[in-house]
Design a protein around this ligand. Structure first.
Ligand code: FAD
Length: 389
């Protein structure tokens, strides 16, 4: 059995490691010529951490992860604490601590675990097709490979998806842009062991710890799609959007490095149930592109990888049966996370301002129970985090 994986993002690499764990021959093809992840960090929630543990990366994940002990919401205007609570009940309920991790480090951990030399960099897929005995991938350099199965982990703008669905899928602008980066931790912004979120006016500013005394920060701003933006101007832009906000937010704006601050328009895709065409299957953002509002896109990609391994374990000699089992195991769960994120996105970003005002009121009386219930609801339902019966 030989499986070709297109894309060396967190989905493709997790899948490659997972398939190799059960003795399947894998080949990973990545269009970029070097590892340059877009984005500063991600929160790997407990379901994602369990996947990394399963892939043999427990110690390294713990080393790279930030220590989240508490969570707080702060009124963006006044700086008043709306609520603060421990993460411990969440950890106890799901049996695993979550870890925010710098993207470059997460990516490098996965690449090393698979083998940097085993990744075929600079190989941009331009075509994929299914056949009775093998699937075929064509690359921009004219080379062609065949494999028993092709896994398209080629991200949100996947061309594998276009092949599987038979038509391009249009992504939807979620209504906001996200500025993100890394800064040194600073108590004037938030506690070094807390996920701190400032909210007001449908905007949010958040910091959470990653390893080595750094915060992963992000700002969400509701603006129209396609506004011009010049890299390096984040400070001026954010000063304007957050004029008059609390001192912690101003400190963060002054501390960030405008040159390394990313600006991302947030899009997602309606869930769909066809992930497989013959010997070709989708995985990760290619299959379920979500807004980052519940921090589950990458975790879901890692869940796909584990489910794919289990499907091949159950059907070692039958690619079609394995991919059908993979699709059956994943579409509902992944689609559910996309829709949960969309719902959260709308409340956070004041799609209906009354609903958002009500959420702010609720936060002022929150003891953690409701927020944690929501996060646990996201975490449960994956291959390694079954919903208790
Ligand atoms: C602002 C933001 C914050 C986020 N925060 C979180 C979070 O906190 N927690 C979380 O779990 N998720 C988060 N996500 C989502 C997460 O980043 C994605 O779900 C995850 O990166 C998906 O991994 P992937 O491997 O499927 O795709 P990608 O990471 O996009 O990787 C796809 C790879 O395929 C390669 N590729 C593409 N086309 C080709 C081709 N034709 N040929 C060869 N190679 C190709 C690309 O170069 C890339 O390396 C966030 C996303 C955003 C935008």
């Amino acid at each position: 059995m030989k499986v070709a994986i297109i894309g060396a993002g967190m989905g493709g690499l997790s899948a490659a490691i997972a398939l190799r764990q059960i003795g399947i021959e894998t080949a990973v093809y990545e269009r970029v010529t070097e590892n340059k992840p877009v984005g500063a960090a991600i929160s790997v929630w407990s379901n994602g951490v369990k996947c990394l543990n399963y892939l043999g990366l427990r110690e390294e994940t713990e080393r790279l992860g930030g220590m989240l002990e508490t969570m707080s919401y702060i009124d963006g205007h006044t700086g008043e604490t709306m609520c603060r609570f421990s993460m411990q009940p969440l950890i106890e309920e799901v049996g695993q601590r979550p870890y925010p991790i710098a993207r470059a480090e997460l990516q490098m951990m996965l690449m090393r675990a698979y083998g940097l030399d085993d990744i075929n960099f600079g190989r941009k897929m331009v075509g994929v097709s299914d056949g009775p005995d093998a699937a075929t991938v064509t690359f921009a350099d004219g080379s062609v490979v065949t494999a028993d199965a092709v896994i398209g982990a080629d991200g949100a703008s996947s061309i594998t998806r276009e092949y599987v669905l038979g038509t391009p899928a249009t992504r939807r602008y979620a209504g906001y842009v996200n500025f993100n980066g890394l800064v040194h931790t600073d108590e004037a912004i938030g506690s070094a062991t807390e996920w701190t979120t400032y909210v007001a006016d449908g905007k949010r500013v958040s910091v959470m710890p990653v390893s080595d005394g750094r915060f992963y920060f992000f700002f969400d701003v509701v603006v129209e799609q396609g506004l011009p933006y010049r890299r390096g101007t984040a400070r001026e832009v954010l000063r304007e959007h957050f004029a008059g906000w609390a001192p912690g937010v101003q400190t963060l704006i002054e501390a960030l490095d405008p040159e390394t601050t990313n600006r991302v328009e947030i899009l997602d895709l309606d869930p769909f149930d066809t992930w497989v065409k013959g010997r070709v299957a989708l995985l990760g953002d290619a299959a379920h592109n979500t807004t980052p509002d519940i921090g589950q896109g990458g975790c879901s990609a890692m869940e796909d990888a584990i489910a794919l391994q289990w499907a091949f374990k159950d059907h070692p000699d039958d690619v079609h049966a394995a991919l059908a089992a993979y699709q059956a195991a994943r579409t509902e769960r992944a689609g559910d996370l996309v829709l949960r994120a969309r719902k959260r996105c709308d409340v956070t970003h004041a799609k209906d301002p009354e609903l958002t005002a009500r959420w702010y009121d609720e936060l002022r009386t929150e003891d953690g129970t409701n927020v944690i219930r929501g996060i646990v609801g996201n975490i449960l339902g994956g291959p390694l985090t079954p919903v208790p019966s």
